[in-house]
Design a protein around this ligand. Structure first.
Ligand code: PHE
Length: 339
């Protein structure tokens, strides 16, 4: 029996495969349940105690040698698609697939780039807010109906802790924590308790702009937004301002851009009006400045806020907001050339 084991051992040691199939044949022949080594163990059972001692050691060494050999061969052999054990070092490697930036990131970056050229710097704020920063400091009196417009997700029972409903909450931080002049841009996620549809989501992204200085006028606001619209949607873009209401700005306006798809002639996207609404804005209400300890007789300012999803949909003609959150590679790949 010892002789038989030695013979198998030298077969194992000498084994030199040509391809991956031969390695598999080797595994079946020696190491499978019906292989030569298993058969040796069957034979071993019938030996007497003394023989068992000697033979046992040998079989174990054989099994170990064969297992190690198999593992080593598998690791060592770089097997190409034809299954041949053959390393071709000149073969070009497989191309690494490039991902694409998410369209929301593309537009987010563009917005930031445009406003940094105008001297705005980016600031950040928490997504979990208190009532004070999301509402009270922004001139939303308690029980005021304007709070209902922002279907809020409350976190605490006393309704003091909440998920911010707009990035204007960062404006409240800026004004209480910094001294003017302030020129900041605050992009980020916001949350509203809305049914998910093609036009609304419970989570979306906004960018808030805030400019506070001496003698800031509505004309400064209009000019800033006009530059933004032209940079974002093309140089022939026009803007128009419609009076609106926000508790924290007075006067307030909603801004439309001329429809870039039909050039203002009217189409299904602009619902034949020639205009598309893109953002809300206004002069910071003196009440808001005073609530944050800024003297409204010296300082004035403007603020604006826009939804990144909305701008992205208009820019790329995307009709369903849910596409942004599905991570469908066929959708995302269309933005591969956008930077
Ligand atoms: N925060 C407002 C909203 O979410 C937008 C806005 C920002 C309006 C700043 C005016 C000034 O609708």
């Amino acid at each position: 029996m010892i002789e038989k084991i030695n013979k198998i051992l030298s077969e194992v040691q000498e084994f030199n495969p040509k391809d991956i199939q031969e390695i598999e044949v080797f595994r079946i022949e020696y190491l499978s349940k019906k292989g030569k080594i298993s058969a040796l163990f069957d034979e071993f059972r019938n030996l007497d105690a003394e023989q068992k001692r000697e033979v046992g050691v040998k079989i174990n060494i054989l099994k170990q040698t064969a297992t190690e050999k198999l593992n080593q061969l598998k690791e060592q052999l770089f097997v190409d698609n034809t299954g041949k054990v053959d390393i071709d070092l000149t073969r070009p490697s497989e191309a690494i697939k490039l991902g694409a930036r998410h369209p929301l990131s593309v537009v987010h970056n563009q917005i930031i780039e445009i406003f940094t050229k105008l001297g705005f710097s980016v600031s950040d704020g928490p997504e979990i807010e208190d009532d004070n920063h999301n509402f009270a400091l922004l001139n939303f009196p308690e029980h005021h109906p304007a709070r209902d417009m922002q279907d809020t997700f409350f976190i605490s029972e006393d309704m003091n802790v909440l998920l911010r409903t707009h990035t204007s909450s960062v404006q409240a931080h800026e004004m209480t924590e910094q001294k003017p002049p302030i020129r900041s841009l605050s992009p980020g996620r916001v949350y509203r308790n809305e049914a998910i549809s093609a036009r609304a989501h419970c989570l979306f992204h906004q960018v808030e702009g805030l400019y506070i200085d001496k003698n800031v006028s509505f004309a400064d606001l209009k000019q800033t937004l006009e530059i933004f619209a032209k940079e974002m949607f093309g140089e022939h873009t026009k803007i128009r301002l419609r009076p609106s209401y926000f508790p924290f700005t007075e006067p307030s306006a909603e801004v439309d851009v001329s429809c870039s798809l039909c050039g203002g002639k009217g189409c299904t996207v602009c619902k034949y009006t020639g205009w598309l609404e893109i953002l809300g804005c206004g002069m910071v209400d003196p009440n808001v400045l005073e609530a944050s300890g800024i003297n409204s007789k010296i300082w004035s300012g403007f603020a604006f806020g826009m939804g990144i999803e909305r701008i992205t949909m208009l820019k790329y003609g995307i009709k369903d907001l849910r596409l942004f959150f599905e991570n469908d590679i066929r959708f995302l790949n269309q933005f591969i050339s956008a930077i």
